[in-house]
Design a protein around this ligand. Structure first.
Ligand SMILES: Cc1cc2nc3c(=O)[nH]c(=O)nc-3n(C[C@H](O)[C@H](O)[C@H](O)COP(=O)(O)OP(=O)(O)OC[C@H]3O[C@@H](n4cnc5c(N)ncnc54)[C@H](O)[C@@H]3O)c2cc1C
Length: 397
């Protein structure tokens, strides 16, 4: 299927050429399952680094300091996820597991961690979620006790992508400057730190993930990112860059499902004609295409807003993630239905996409959380407008 995105005003030639580069790389990705998942995952990171593509996820500093090109991130994730959700996950995690360091870390931390991650030599992780603190991040209990020149970490993280294969994790822990979200601090913890143990577990998709157990892990204060107590703010600022990119990955998955489906309905015959000739099939295809193109509008609008207008662009990012992941789920579900039994056969691409699209509506803020973010932003805007109008009305009277 042709993809008209490149004619859109959100993107310029640098994004087109990055997308072409990624598409060339993605076409050479070997199918999943050749060896152990950890090896395959590390292999993706190495290959992405060697191809220079991790420069997008772990950017070199520019004249104005560290800045992500969110449109390039989205184009890369869309292209990678089209070919391999695992490769896309590894690409994204290199960015998420270094983003706080790039945006807020000291020069010493940047020097130590960013280069190896950019070159694909080291694997990065981001550890926020806990058994009792998923959507409710502020309920986090992992404690970082102040002990002179170090913090001593005790607690458990779970659902941590790359647990067991990462070389370092950016960890949020409670340092207690204030209650709730204002008492958290971000720090880099090397995977081989004594007192830190990783316990990988399996998902329904190929995705390295697991628990991290901290049992008196000593982390030097020089590994703190930003200021103590500002960990939550810093993590949310990182998500503002990466949330639209989850939507982009979802578009990649949806487009792959659509392309597979278009090929299937063109060749599959039933009741004396191809499926593509059936009008009820055509309306399903139309729904899918509308979902894909409206998702792309939301995602690249959010990326453009962040890149060009600046600021946090939180609402746009949440809308992008919500719209695109929910839409991709519908597209993939329609693809399964249109493939019939072939949609659920073990080892088939459509069944694989069906599993892979599902976690996207949960991680980096479940759909319900995105709705809360959007609603709060709209309410705050309405309150601010009412206040301004009230003042204006008052002065006119
Ligand atoms: C594949 C995958 C990779 C992940 N990688 C990482 C990682 O690298 N690092 C990391 O720190 N975490 C990671 N996570 C964790 C992820 O961010 C959490 O799963 C997510 O925040 C939801 O938390 P939870 O699973 O505890 O679900 P819960 O918080 O228990 O939420 C369960 C459900 O409740 C609903 N819900 C939540 N809030 C509301 C609300 N306010 N109103 C109504 N309904 C609501 C949602 O449908 C949600 O799915 C990953 C998760 C997955 C699945």
């Amino acid at each position: 299927m042709g993809w008209t995105l490149w004619d859109w005003p959100f993107l310029d030639e640098t994004h087109h050429s990055k997308a072409r580069e990624v598409a060339g790389f993605a076409a050479g990705i070997a199918p999943h399952g050749a060896g152990p998942l950890a090896d395959e995952a590390r292999g993706h990171v190495r290959a992405l680094g060697e191809a220079g593509l991790l420069d997008i996820a772990v950017p070199e500093p520019g004249a104005g300091g560290y800045a992500f090109d969110v449109r390039a991130l989205c184009a890369a994730r869309e292209g990678l996820a089209y070919a391999s959700v695992l490769a896309d996950t590894m690409f994204a995690m290199q960015g998420l597991g270094t983003g706080p360091i790039a945006l807020f870390g000291s020069d010493a931390l940047r020097d130590r961690y960013l280069g190896p991650a950019r070159r694909g030599e080291k694997v990065a992780g981001l550890a926020i979620s806990e058994p009792e603190a998923g959507s409710d991040v502020a309920a986090m209990a992992t404690e970082a006790r102040d002990d002179g020149d170090a913090y001593v970490l005790t607690g458990e993280k779970t659902w941590i992508s790359n647990a067991g294969i990462a070389d370092h994790y950016v960890v949020l822990a409670r340092t207690g400057e204030a209650p709730g979200a204002r008492g958290l601090t971000a720090m880099v913890v090397d995977a081989d730190t004594p007192g830190l143990k990783a316990e990988p577990f399996d998902l329904i998709v190929p995705h390295p993930i697991g628990r991290l157990i901290f049992d008196g892990a000593r982390v030097p204060k020089t590994s703190v990112i930003g200021r103590p107590g500002e960990g939550f703010k810093l993590a949310m600022a990182t998500f503002d860059h990466f949330r639209p990119t989850v939507g982009a990955a979802a578009i990649g998955v949806a487009r792959r499902a659509m392309d597979e489906t278009l090929a299937r309905v063109a060749s599959r015959r039933m009741f004396g004609r191809t499926m593509a000739e059936s009008e009820s099939v055509q309306t399903k295809l139309a729904d899918c295409q509308v979902d894909i193109e409206t998702s792309a509008l939301a995602v690249y609008r959010a990326a453009w807003t962040k890149d060009v207008k600046g600021g946090r662009a939180t609402r746009e990012a949440s809308i992008a993630k919500l719209v695109a992941t929910e839409a991709a789920q519908r597209v993939v579900d329609a693809a399964v239905q249109l493939h019939g039994g072939m949609g659920v056969i073990e080892g088939g691409i459509i069944g694989q996409l069906y599993r892979e699209v599902r976690p996207m509506r949960i991680y980096e803020g479940a759909s319900e959380v995105q709705k809360l973010v959007i609603a709060r932003d709209v309410l705050a805007e309405a309150a601010a407008t009412a206040q301004t109008d009230g003042k204006a009305g008052g002065s006119a009277a």
